[in-house]
Design a protein around this ligand. Structure first.
Ligand code: CP
Length: 306
């Protein structure tokens, strides 16, 4: 793969993850610089986004670089039938780094095969979302003081939710205990369960989002049911409101427990949870800028401390 790309969290080692977290901490302390002076970053969003695109673009701007791209494939020549390969080859003529989100699983991997420009996967279908994982890990370190030996409860759409897949893979280095709470239709895919088994990672699967599960968690990672991944709208209607976190469920949580959510949310966290001390999802999204500054500088082989 071309140097510097981040397609899947599985492609990087524990040491590389820790290096990215160190970089994120550096950028939180030093958000503005000219490290990307003269560099152009393309953000190609074939699927909608608020946080990922805007935080990548904020990261580039704070590093002194320039951004080109599109936030709606309908405004690009994709709408005239241009292939992904041709689009990537064209944009490679203009940019030093490509950040892309696409509905097809494997699209970012494919892009690395048709260009030498580094590719950062900003989400490919239900597959992976590695930059989200880096901001999730950074949020976990900031709130828990460590990554090791934590009980992480993932709730909701564990089938289509690419963020939980990437987070599981990253946490495998840090001796986690997982609780997976979902309906049968939206269970964690068996391939990830097999990975837990093979690596000896403790996990339990639950249908009930019970007080026992909530009160034994260090992190509760809520997810949105991904309507856009369902081919049958009736199936979505059946499961869309199965799990919802309310303020009255938080009376006996562990002292440092924090609630994460990649956002956007629909109904899975009540609005009155927002001002509870356990709620961390808006700060989590803010951490995305620092994590993405880390990813961008790594991709371009820039040492922020030079
Ligand atoms: N968390 C996340 O990927 O949000 P957006 O879809 O708004 O980018």
């Amino acid at each position: 793969m071309n140097q510097g790309s981040l397609v899947s969290i599985d492609d990087i080692s524990k040491e590389q993850i820790l290096d990215l977290l160190d970089r994120a901490a550096y950028f939180e302390a030093h958000p503005n610089s000219k490290l990307l002076d003269g560099k152009v970053v393309a953000t190609l969003f074939f699927e909608p986004s608020t946080r990922t695109r805007l935080s990548f673009e904020t990261a580039v701007n704070r590093l002194g670089g320039r951004v080109i791209g599109f936030s709606d494939a309908a405004t690009s020549s994709t709408s005239k039938g241009e292939t992904l390969k041709d689009t990537i080859k064209m944009v490679s003529n203009y940019a030093d780094l490509i950040v892309m989100r696409h509905h097809l699983e494997g699209a970012a991997r494919y892009a690395t095969e048709v260009t030498d420009v580094p590719i950062v996967n900003a989400g490919d279908g239900a597959n992976q979302h590695p930059s989200q994982t880096m901001l999730d890990l950074y949020s976990i370190v900031k709130t828990q003081g460590r990554l090791e030996n934590l009980t992480i409860t993932m709730v909701g759409d564990l089938k289509y939710g690419r963020t939980v897949h990437s987070l599981l893979m990253a946490m495998r280095y840090f001796n986690p205990r997982f609780r997976f709470v979902s309906s049968p239709e939206l269970e964690m895919p068996r391939e990830y369960i097999e990975i837990c088994r093979d690596l000896g990672i403790e996990y339990t699967e639950h249908r009930d989002f019970s007080p026992e599960v909530i009160n034994s968690s260090d992190i509760i990672y809520m997810t949105r049911v991904q309507r856009e991944r369902f081919s049958d709208p009736m199936e979505y209607e059946k499961v869309k409101n199965l799990y919802s976190l309310r303020r009255d469920m938080l009376g006996n949580t562990r002292p440092g427990m924090r609630i994460l959510h990649p956002l956007p949310r629909v109904n899975e966290i009540d609005r009155d949870v927002d001002d509870c001390p356990q709620a961390y999802y808006f700060e989590q999204a803010r951490n995305g800028v620092f994590a993405r500054q880390a990813i961008i500088t790594r991709a371009l082989n820039i040492d922020p401390t030079r």
